[in-house]
Design a protein around this ligand. Structure first.
Ligand code: HSE
Length: 310
């Protein structure tokens, strides 16, 4: 019925905890087929997460799809088959689960449109985004995944304020260790309150990171991409992550931070991408972990939505 292709994202970007994210050129594709033979719910996963991700009601895309359909006042379809082709590693800090959430919301809105006789691919992206942010609890993965590029997103009383900031081309190396560090665990590690000094430290730097990415000012990015809100509480829980940051910088990266809540580490660079990736791999290996790295451009356009033949 409908296919959505959703990019990876790196959230936080150092000091922009829960407020800033960047779409990356690595993709998960989700296809929704509605069946009327009462076969129930079936999810087929190909690629990353195959054999691991749930294949029925517990699958994140399915649960979000059903939750959003109910919120829209729509009936549950008789039979659902979802096929996902994943190239984003799961639980990596590259927004894989956000692609699943976003797909579920997009599918619900597409079904509602189709039932009204409208084009299911012609979706109201702001309504989709508000639901996806409400479900995730923060928008720094789902907003760039939907809109593409570098996005600032903050909640307000009625929904979200979103600003897509055009940047000069950005290239990254994201290194992901084989280490189980769930976002829920990473969020639980954070304090409930912060000092005024830490708030000021981060507010200023978040603005500087946005300006550095907009202007392509590498020196500013290098100086601004530090954080006191989340990295100090998370980095030491990921063996080798601090060393991966240091070795990427030594290998010529412009700036490096935890990708989202981790365990992945993202390095911004202009050249020497493989060298940076190999150095980060070596840092994780020294800590006893295998890791993989991806050299990724920023992705400017966000989620693609297309109809499938019924
Ligand atoms: N801003 C979120 C966090 C991103 O750091 O917890 C994780 O998806």
């Amino acid at each position: 019925m409908i296919r959505v292709r959703i990019p990876a994202t790196s959230a936080n970007l150092g000091p922009g905890f829960d407020c800033m994210g960047l779409a990356l050129d690595l993709w998960n594709t989700f296809e929704l087929y509605l069946t009327d033979d009462s076969e129930g719910i079936r999810v087929t996963t190909i690629g990353e997460g195959a054999g691991i991700l749930p294949t029925g009601e517990k699958n994140l895309t399915v649960s979000v799809f059903l939750e959003e359909l109910a919120r829209l006042g729509e009936e549950k379809p008789k039979g659902i088959h979802i096929v996902t082709h994943n190239t984003i590693p799961c639980a990596s800090g590259m927004g894989s689960s956000s692609t699943a959430t976003l797909a579920g919301v997009l599918f619900a809105h597409a079904v509602a449109k189709a039932r009204r006789g409208e084009d299911p691919a012609d979706l109201d992206r702001s309504a989709v985004l508000e639901s996806a942010v409400a479900i995730e609890g923060h928008g720094d993965n789902v907003a760039p995944a939907l809109l593409g590029g570098f996005v600032i997103v903050v909640p307000n009383a009625t929904g979200v304020i979103t600003q897509r900031v055009p940047t000069i081309p950005v290239k990254t190396v994201v290194c992901v260790p084989a280490y189980n560090y769930l976002t829920s665990q990473a969020r639980a590690a954070l304090p409930a309150e912060y000092s005024k000094a830490d708030a000021i430290y981060n507010i200023g730097r978040a603005m500087l990171v946005a300006e550095a990415l907009r202007a392509g000012d590498d020196e500013l990015l290098r100086r601004a991409m530090t954080d006191r809100i989340h990295e100090p509480y998370r980095l030491n829980s990921i063996p080798g992550a601090q060393q991966a940051k240091e070795r990427a910088l030594d290998a010529g990266a412009v700036s490096v931070c935890l990708s989202g809540a981790g365990p992945g580490v993202i390095a911004f660079a202009r050249d020497g991408f493989d060298r940076i990736g190999r150095e980060m791999n070596a840092a994780f290996a020294d800590a006893g972990l295998t890791s993989r790295y991806w050299i990724l451009d920023a992705e400017p356009n966000g989620t693609r939505i297309g109809r499938l033949p019924v």
